[in-house]
Design a protein around this ligand. Structure first.
Ligand SMILES: *Cc1c(COP(=O)(O)O)cnc(C)c1O
Length: 451
């Protein structure tokens, strides 16, 4: 066993971190996590931090949760992994029923994979293949409609439907062509209008695009109610419903990417429930195992599933499957996680917490650098700006968001920014006192660093 400071050396020497400029990483003082307990993380020196972003938006019931641990131990003593290719297994079958039970009511079939990105790839490929098999009347339906500034993952297919210039533009030559609707962003309205006087002009524009391109489009993919990675950008009420209507009216499949919003994060089990959306497909991942193990699922309607049935020689099989699909440890953990939602009535329990978060957020409004505050449920973004009146952003090289996060870290809070938007997304089980502590550290850091 290496002694602890050596681990830092090993990390610097051998590990290439995701979404990280490694030359900066080598300069910064980095935190090496050794253990977790509830909503707290502990580094190798025993320093304690509040996990303010649920370990990248995944943790639900807290770290080192005794009930999830027990479920895993029980499963590990039976078997850790077999495969779903040609075999079935106990926890993945149980989980599929439980997912269907809590999902929008038209979704009936569960296809497993292991990350948000793969769940999106699956939705895209299924939508494409579905129309290939539906008959010659649909032969032109090959394109995907996606939203501006969308984030659907990092694999080539999910990057193709993504729209974050900074992450995605370099890969353009590798990507397939998509059709774009404009994601609403009321603080910096792309149409220069004001909600609600605008009469949801953005939705009307999107409706037009969906209509015009329906004949060549198999599906529309969107992050419902809130775009995560683009900066916690919330939709105005009514937008999602109009998109759903336009898809239905024009025969375009609606794929909801609930990878970030699923499992209670928006204050309901799925963001779809805010406007009673019935998608044709839904991608879930991040929170599915409570933040313990990589797992994802894409849920489909029976109609889509039936479109793949036929004799072996019909070639309607969905030839797709990741090796660890339906992994028993992950599935057992996810089953237990969903049981905990029920047992502790977690969705009801977080409602007062959401109210408290909104109250604490509103305190930020008077800070000179705070341009916009956005939240839904227990996910929030604070957009920092150089000039409140003109909404002029900070320069990217000032790295204001990054500096705020480093300052918060010195004061016992782990968060991660999206550019100059400070993200707040604690585990659902955070108590009010700890939420207050979290927000107070973030408040002081914003005030100190950005003014
Ligand atoms: C994180 C995320 C993804 C990608 O999930 P990975 O597990 O990182 O591949 C896809 N869509 C949304 C909305 C996400 O937030």
């Amino acid at each position: 066993m290496k002694n602890l400071p050596d681990i830092e050396k090993l990390d610097r020497e051998f590990v290439w971190h995701p979404f990280t400029q490694m030359s900066e990483w080598e300069k910064d003082r980095n935190v090496l996590i050794e253990r977790g307990e509830g909503v707290f993380l502990y580094d190798i020196y025993g320093n304690k931090y509040i996990d303010g972003v649920s370990s990248l938006w995944v943790n639900v019931h807290g770290h080192n949760n005794p009930e999830l641990n027990e479920a895993l131990k029980e499963q590990i003593d039976k078997i850790s992994h077999s495969t779903l290719l040609g075999l079935s297994n106990v926890p993945s079958a149980i989980l599929a029923e439980k997912l269907v039970e809590i999902a929008p009511k038209n979704l009936k079939k569960v296809f497993y994979s292991d990350s948000g990105s793969t769940s999106v790839e699956i939705a895209i490929k299924v939508a494409f293949q579905y129309f290939r098999q539906k008959g010659s009347a649909y032969k032109n339906k090959k394109k995907i409609i996606a939203a501006t500034s969308a984030y659907h993952g990092d694999t080539i297919g999910s990057v193709s439907v993504g729209g974050i210039e900074l992450f995605h533009s370099i890969y353009k030559p590798l990507l397939f062509e998509t059709i774009r609707i404009t994601y609403p962003y009321c603080y910096r309205c792309p149409f220069n209008m004001k909600y609600a006087a605008c009469g949801l002009h953005c939705a009307k524009e999107a409706e037009k695009i969906i209509k015009v391109h329906a004949e060549e489009s198999c599906a529309l993919i969107i992050e419902p109610m809130i775009q995560g990675a683009s900066g916690m950008i919330t939709m105005p009420p009514g937008y999602m419903k109009k998109i759903e209507r336009a898809c239905k009216d024009n025969g375009v499949l609606l794929i909801l990417d609930e990878v970030a919003t699923g499992f209670g994060r928006t204050g309901k089990m799925f963001a779809a429930f805010h406007e009673d959306i019935l998608p044709d497909a839904m991608c879930v991942a991040k929170g599915i195992t409570g933040g313990y193990l990589p797992m994802a699922a894409t849920l489909f309607t029976k109609e889509i599933y039936d479109g793949f049935l036929g004799g072996c020689s019909d070639n309607k099989t969905f030839f797709h499957g990741h090796t660890y699909t339906g992994n028993q440890l992950a599935a057992a953990c996810a089953v237990k996680s969903l049981e905990l939602f029920k047992k502790y009535r977690l969705i009801d329990k977080i409602q007062p917490l959401i109210a408290r978060l909104n109250e604490l957020l509103s305190d930020f409004r008077h800070l000179e650098s705070v341009g916009d505050l956005r939240s839904i449920g227990i996910m929030a973004g604070i957009e920092l700006v150089r000039d409140k009146a003109s909404k002029e952003p900070f320069l990217p090289e000032e790295r204001i968001g990054h500096k705020v996060v480093l300052n918060a870290r010195e004061n016992g809070v782990i968060i991660r920014p999206l550019g100059d938007t400070i993200v707040i997304m604690p585990p659902l089980v955070i108590d009010e006192k700890t939420l207050d502590d979290l927000m107070s550290v973030i408040y002081d850091s914003v005030k100190k660093i950005a003014g």
